[in-house]
Design a protein around this ligand. Structure first.
Ligand code: PEP
Ligand code: MG
Length: 841
């Protein structure tokens, strides 16, 4: 007989050694999984303690097993209850089946994240094949990664785990796994130990795969998940008893608390419907897939500063080139704009200066860049401004791009199955822009807001999306069937057949309707009783204007001029402004109105080259016309550039956020002076936005001094209801259909018409089909809508008669809530649908 060999196991991490008995977890402390050591880590890469083959890496990345050529199986488990992190914080560097050398990196982990989000960071190294070992170090104390820790006696496993088939096997019924994370290390160990009590050969089956039920590693390698259907089979003398006992154990959760499934097939304590806020409209049926951004390991100290600086500069150039490529190949202006904004962020000299200073102190390029971008993003977030907070997300995104280039980490293309509904804590703009829309049908995120770049991108590619979802959503298993109804802000889990049929029917109706609308886009928008309504576009760029005109717009009802110059560090020159406004004016042409709104900076729209003091309540601060009147030079320069295109189109100038007649008078004076200054005989039409309740309430006083009003229902709603327009929790209540907002619209229209002035609505409400009969009934003359919806809103006008609209507008005026108003309008449409086949089908 051979003398047993010794196999040395190296410390997989640096850290403090702890006795296994002290681990605050009975399964580990009781050595149910195996005997070994516990380390409280001070390093953040788990390395192989021995050479061998990786027999299993858990899908959640928190545990890995390596088997030596001599059959010694060593399981490493990072942290306690870390399976619940669903992969966040772990970056496996190896795959199952791969050969590894002792000391080779197996898993990188984000120690800070795990320490904050899991029960403990204590890491176990356990000999799960059962061989005895001798410790080579003191029972407690400091360990260095790679230092020999245990001497294992090879070939002396306590009881060899064999599973050979001899006769007819007894099979259990299929059992649904109730463990929230399937059979991960702890329940698998309990199951394997119970199986070892029987002499029968026992297997656990999942789909086509089977595992020796007495081998912890084999069970873990099955990578079972919650809701999986498994079966136990056994052969041998006590086969019947084994199948019975193990079936019971599985249905009881193998030592983990589990709850039997509710009859509605919903995971324990998970409601059937999860609610968030619509970030991009639409609906889709698909299966859940989580996106988890791998964390990157960064060393604090680097090589000589010139080398590190070179590495940073090189990565910045590469990132800029990659962004330029994405910009050039982007489908759609919105995507291209976002990559352009990312390039602007990269070019910010203060980021480079800060990173360079850290490199000069001896820090690595990666550390310097990470620290700088994270600190700047945190500063953005702390300013209490929703838009800046979202730019923090952009900075984090572009920061990550550069960091990966410094570290030489390859971009991993996401392998997604068909009909995917992505689930993530937060998606980055790059991830969103890179989504394969042939496979991804929509997404739902915990973070993000309706005004985020991610939401803008989702709308640009027509992907339904919900943000502001509960954290609970992140516990859904990959593959769970869900119905994403972004219009309602709902994610329905395990939808029933009826909901699925309704969704399909809805999609078909929408498809047919869209075709019909497109075919008639060029026709005028006249109600059935002959009232012509101007349907104009809300635009923020030249290309959007051109697109709007192609889709049948009767001009531009709102050019959000501040968006033309977002993300710049210097004001555009006069010539540049003239050429931008002229190009837009040419697209609109002499037969239509072009309403240029003067800079609406402040609030949720900071402009980098108009630095402002930070404000406690930016929405109530120096916004819109208030800021322009405080810096009249800015307004004068803009007006001069706008006036330069007055020959090209029917030019209208509109002032945002007007609250008092005094502001209007002052701005008019400035416009008169500038008009004279450029030698124009006539002043263009001048109007104001009605978006502050004070302006609506004083509309009769303001009307004689304007040529038109345009109601900004987005701001009018937030100021009337005192609800932040970007607040994810209030989004469903901050509804422009609230009767208080409707009363202000009615007052505005009456006052304007009494003075012979026209009124438009350019807030998002005008782009809602449901609002069309209401706004027409209230007497609104023009609807300025989001570009893709022009054909739909034109067609909605054609479907109604003004007389019906007036009746419905009167009916809803006295209702109590926005929900009641919406319900009444819905019924109005349903009644029309019955009466007219043109409506939905
Ligand atoms: C509004 O407030 O409704 C509006 C159209 O202006 P903005 O959304 O640009 O603030
Ligand atoms: Mg506004």
């Amino acid at each position: 007989m051979d003398t047993p060999q010794q196999l040395q196991l190296l410390a997989p991490l640096s850290g403090v050694l702890m006795a296994l008995d002290q681990v605050p977890d009975p399964v580990f402390a009781g050595r149910v999984i195996g005997d070994g050591v516990c380390i409280d880590p001070t390093s953040a890469t788990l390395c192989a303690p021995l050479a061998g083959v990786v027999s299993d890496v858990q899908a959640s990345g928190h545990a890995v097993t390596v088997t030596s050529d001599t059959g010694v199986q060593v399981l490493m488990h990072i942290g306690l209850d870390t399976v619940n992190l669903a992969g966040t914080g772990f970056t496996p560097r190896v795959e199952a089946g791969q050969r590894v050398e002792a000391g080779q990196a197996l898993i990188d982990f984000d120690a800070d994240y795990i320490a904050l989000h899991a029960r403990s960071l204590l890491t176990l190294m356990l000999v799960v094949s059962g061989e005895p070992f001798k410790s080579l170090v003191a029972a407690t104390g400091l360990l260095e990664a790679g230092q020999p820790v245990l001497d294992v006696v090879v070939g002396a496993a306590a009881g060899e785990i064999t599973a050979t088939t001899q006769g007819d096997a007894v099979f259990s019924q299929p059992i649904e796994l109730l463990n929230p994370n399937g059979l991960h290390a702890r329940p698998a160990a309990v199951f394997a130990q119970a199986a070892k009590a029987f002499s029968a050969t026992i297997h656990l089956h999942r789909l086509q795969a089977q595992a020796n039920a007495k081998s912890l590693v084999a069970i873990m390698a099955l990578q079972t998940a919650h809701g999986d259907s498994v079966q136990v089979s056994a052969e041998g003398e006590d086969a019947e008893a084994a199948v019975q006992a193990l079936t019971r154990l599985l249905s009881e959760g193998c030592g983990e608390a589990v709850t039997a499934p509710a009859p509605v097939e919903v995971a324990a304590d998970m409601p059937n419907i999860l609610r968030g806020v619509c970030a991009s409209p639409g609906s889709a049926l698909g299966r859940v897939m989580h996106i988890v951004e791998p964390s990157l390991m960064v060393n604090e100290f680097g090589a000589a500063p010139p080398i590190e600086l070179e590495s940073l500069t090189h990565a910045l150039i590469e990132a800029d080139m990659a962004l330029q490529h994405l910009r050039d190949t982007a489908s759609g202006q919105a995507r291209a704009e976002i990559f352009k904004a990312h390039q602007e962020l990269l070019a910010d000299p203060s980021l480079l200066d800060q990173a360079r200073a850290l490199i000069d102190e001896g820090k690595s390029a990666a550390f310097a860049w990470k620290t700088t971008t994270e600190a700047t993003a945190a500063m953005f977030r702390s300013l209490g401004n929703a838009l800046l907070a979202e730019r923090a997300a952009d900075l984090a995104d572009v920061g990550h791009r550069v960091l990966k280039l410094i570290l030489g980490v390859q971009e991993q293309a996401l392998e997604l199955p068909d009909d995917t509904i992505l689930i993530a804590e937060q998606l980055t703009p790059s991830q969103t822009a890179g989504l394969d829309t042939r496979k991804v049908l929509g997404f739902a995120t915990v973070g993000g807001g309706a005004t985020s770049h991610v939401a803008i991108l989702a709308r640009a590619c027509g992907l339904p999306a919900i943000c502001g979802m509960p954290m609970q959503m992140l516990t859904l298993d990959n593959g769970t069937q869900v119905l994403l109804d972004a219009d309602k802000g709902e994610l329905q889990l395990y939808p029933d057949a009826q909901s699925i049929d309704q969704l399909r029917a809805r999609h078909e109706r929408q498809r047919q309707r869209h075709q019909h609308e497109l075919a008639h886009a060029a026709q005028a928008a006249c109600t059935r009783d002959g009232q012509h309504i101007e349907i104009t576009a809300n635009v923020a760029s030249h290309s959007e204007t051109a697109q709007a005109m192609e889709l049948g717009a009767n001009g531009v009802g709102l050019l959000r001029s501040e968006f033309l110059y977002l993300g710049r560090h210097q004001a555009p020159s006069h010539d540049e402004q003239v050429s931008t406004y002229s190009a837009i004016a040419r697209s609109v042409g002499p037969a239509h109105n072009l309403v240029v709104r003067t800079l609406d900076v402040g609030g949720d729209k900071p402009l980098a080259y108009v630095p402002m003091d930070s404000e406690t309540n930016p929405f109530l601060g120096l916004r819109g016309i208030r800021l322009c009147l405080e810096r009249p030079q800015l307004l004068r320069e803009q007006l001069r550039a706008i006036l330069a295109c007055s020959e090209l189109t029917r030019l209208h100038i509109m002032l945002p956020m007007v609250t008092s007649l005094a502001e209007l008078r002052l701005a008019r004076q400035i416009l008169e002076q500038e008009t004279r200054g450029v030698g124009l005989a006539h002043m263009p039409k001048l109007g104001i936005m009605i978006e502050v309740p004070a302006a609506a309430l004083m509309a009769d006083v303001l009307a004689p001094h304007v040529d038109f009003f345009s109601i900004g229902t987005n701001d009018l709603t937030q100021y009337t209801l005192a609800m932040d327009r970007d607040h994810p929790r209030l989004a469903s209540q901050a509804d422009s259909f609230h009767p208080s907002v409707l009363r202000l619209i009615a007052m505005t229209v009456q006052a304007a018409h009494a003075h012979g002035k026209w009124v438009g609505v350019c807030g998002a409400m005008a782009s809602e089909r449901l609002a069309v009969p209401l706004l027409l009934g209230l007497g609104v003359d023009e609807l300025s809508v989001s570009v893709p919806l022009i054909p739909a809103i034109k067609s909605a006008v054609r479907e109604v008669s003004l007389s019906d609209c007036r009746i419905i507008a009167e009916q809803v005026a006295n209702l109590e809530s926005a929900a009641d108003v919406r319900a009444t309008l819905q019924r109005f449409y349903e009644a029309k649908l019955d009466a007219s086949p043109v409506m939905e089908n």
